[in-house]
Write a protein that binds this ligand. Structure first.
Ligand SMILES: NC(=O)C1=CN([C@@H]2O[C@H](COP(=O)(O)OP(=O)(O)OC[C@H]3O[C@@H](n4cnc5c(N)ncnc54)[C@H](OP(=O)(O)O)[C@@H]3O)[C@@H](O)[C@H]2O)C=CC1
Ligand SMILES: O=C(O)[C@H](O)COP(=O)(O)O
Length: 493
């Protein structure tokens, strides 16, 4: 497409630095394998450490001027970028289909949702960054009213954004929007699978005319340039979404704010009084959307024994209706992102088979494509009871008490989200309070959105909280100015 012609050189996509599309001096590229065909679909530049250094240097310079740009002007540019992004939803969604095998309709909604997210950041930013605090000293013992404290939010500097493959556009803009509105500059390191969609998205920001160097995008394998980026002394904040890599980054990063959204083993507790049709529909949507490759996917069902047979039957009836095939045909179940992911999922399935789980469907795999599978009668000695497959396989554990369900959920090293199905709101609230997860959904599957809701994980699932408002706040720090009066100043009366 002509709009994006300048972002590619021959068959290798360029990286974005200093407001320009560039070819890396490394002369090397990184292939992006189409999960459906398993052949190279695209190539991106393998950026060098010197290039990363230069990008971070210009981000530092650009940020100084950006911090002085009025918030309403920053918002105007973000609104412009959001509109351009939505205008180009089709070519960007096509990249998502080819790079990460996201079903065509979901790929389009990811781009539209991303445009909306950027606009919301602009709107939220002008409101919350326009407010500060005013404190008086005589609330604290021993003080007269001689000090007025004014606080406001100031930017952090250079924010490094590292999103994962499953939402390369949406989880990139969920970091870019808050960072920019708050007056920071931003360096994006996209996931390799999904990098081309991310580069297209960055071009929309380029077309919106953001100052040079304010936003940049360096490509290359995380395992090769990741440490250099995350340990760079000029990076002032890291916002990361992904797997255990985030734990390693937290240990290596300097004394800077970190926002980490990592893995999950989201439990779905189904009680005897639940609406079983609703629970079954939510388990299928929650467990099998994008072939289970969502951190918020339902990753274990904990159902009361007395309703388990009925629930399992209802889920199986729905699983039978899922379409399996290519993302271009908008199938429900599409190939998982890499061959190694498919092998990992298969390992969990074989382990469950050896240990006696009940296979509700026959296990079937063709290349990276794995047919949806519900495993009943899963026991705690099976790996699938604890590990996240990030694939279309959902384990069911039958429980005989609510406590057993809560204990299983809380024994996990993850604590992202969970859900509970019951008609008893009092019980639901008590279970929510007892579940050690960042969010509990009552009578619906786990989900991050809407994107302005707080989104956070406990334990190994993360640090900090996302969601538009929380991200803007996290990407700022508080600055106080204290006015000292020569004598106490009391109000009239
Ligand atoms: N909580 C959440 O919101 C989400 C959690 N996840 C979790 O992530 C996992 C799968 O996603 P996946 O993308 O494979 O996760 P990874 O952690 O492997 O990758 C995430 C990002 O980190 C980059 N990266 C890899 N190594 C390094 C490094 N040493 N330093 C810095 N960056 C690095 C990757 O780049 P590259 O692609 O080039 O390797 C990618 O951009 C699952 O476990 C899932 O639970 C996934 C999505 C959302
Ligand atoms: O990365 C993920 O998997 C998510 O952040 C989940 O987002 P979703 O609940 O909107 O699919």
């Amino acid at each position: 497409m002509a709009t994006f012609a300048e972002i590619i050189d021959g068959d290798v996509y360029k990286y974005y630095a200093d407001g320009q599309w560039k070819v890396s001096s490394s002369g090397k590229s990184v292939p992006i394998i189409n999960p459906s065909t398993r052949i190279t679909q695209f190539k991106v530049q393998a950026c060098t450490q010197e290039e990363v250094n230069r990008v971070i240097e210009s981000a530092k310079t650009a940020q100084k001027a950006w911090a002085k740009t009025p918030i309403w002007k920053r918002a105007e540019l973000l609104h412009k970028a959001a509109a351009i992004l939505k205008e180009h939803k089709t070519p960007i969604a096509e990249c998502l289909v080819k790079e990460i095998a996201k079903p065509a309709k979901d790929a389009l909604s990811e781009v539209v949702r991303s445009g909306d997210l950027v606009s919301y950041c602009a709107e939220e930013g002008v409101r919350i960054l326009g407010e500060g605090k005013f404190l008086v000293s005589d609330s604290f013992p021993g003080n007269d009213r001689t000090k007025y404290c004014l606080t406001s939010k100031i930017p952090l500097g250079v924010v490094l954004a590292i999103p994962p493959f499953n939402y390369p556009v949406n989880l990139a803009v969920s970091k870019i929007g808050p960072a920019l509105i708050a007056g920071n500059s931003l360096v994006l390191k996209p996931p390799t699978q999904g990098a081309v969609a991310a580069l297209h998205m960055v071009h929309c920001f380029h077309l919106a005319d953001f100052p040079k160097g304010l936003i940049s995008c360096v490509t290359g394998k995380g395992s090769e340039i990741g440490d250099f980026l995350t340990m760079h002394p000029a990076v002032n904040c890291i916002s990361f979404t992904g797997g255990d890599t985030g734990i390693a980054i937290s240990k290596k990063a300097g004394m800077i704010p970190l926002q980490m959204e990592l893995g999950g083993k989201d439990a779905c507790i189904v009680l005897e009084d639940a609406d079983l049709d609703l629970a079954a529909a939510s388990i299928v949507k929650g467990g099998f959307s994008y072939s289970g490759q969502r951190c918020t996917a339902v990753k274990v069902v904990l159902v009361m024994e007395s309703v388990a047979d009925t629930l399992v039957k209802k889920v199986n009836d729905k699983v039978a209706k899922l379409t399996v095939g290519l993302p271009e045909n908008d199938c429900d179940i599409t190939p998982v992102v890499t061959e190694s992911s498919a092998n990992f999922i298969e390992g969990l399935v074989i382990d469950a088979k050896q240990k006696g789980a009940t296979f509700c469907q026959e296990y079937k795999r063709d290349g990276n494509l794995i047919w949806p599978l519900l495993l009943d009668n899963v026991r705690p000695d099976m790996r699938i009871a604890w590990e996240e497959p990030f694939g279309p396989v959902v384990p069911v554990i039958r429980i005989t008490s609510v406590e057993e369900g809560i204990n299983h959920c809380n024994a996990s090293n993850f604590g992202l989200q969970g859900c509970v199905f019951t008609r008893d709101i009092n019980k639901a609230i008590m279970i929510s309070d007892a579940m050690e997860t960042g969010t509990v959904q009552i009578n619906s599957a786990p989900a991050r959105g809407p994107d302005h809701f707080p989104f956070q994980g406990l334990k190994d699932s993360g640090i900090g909280s996302q969601g538009i408002t929380n991200s803007i706040n996290m990407m700022t720090k508080i600055k106080s100015t204290v006015i000292n009066l020569p004598a106490p100043s009391y109000t009239m009366g």
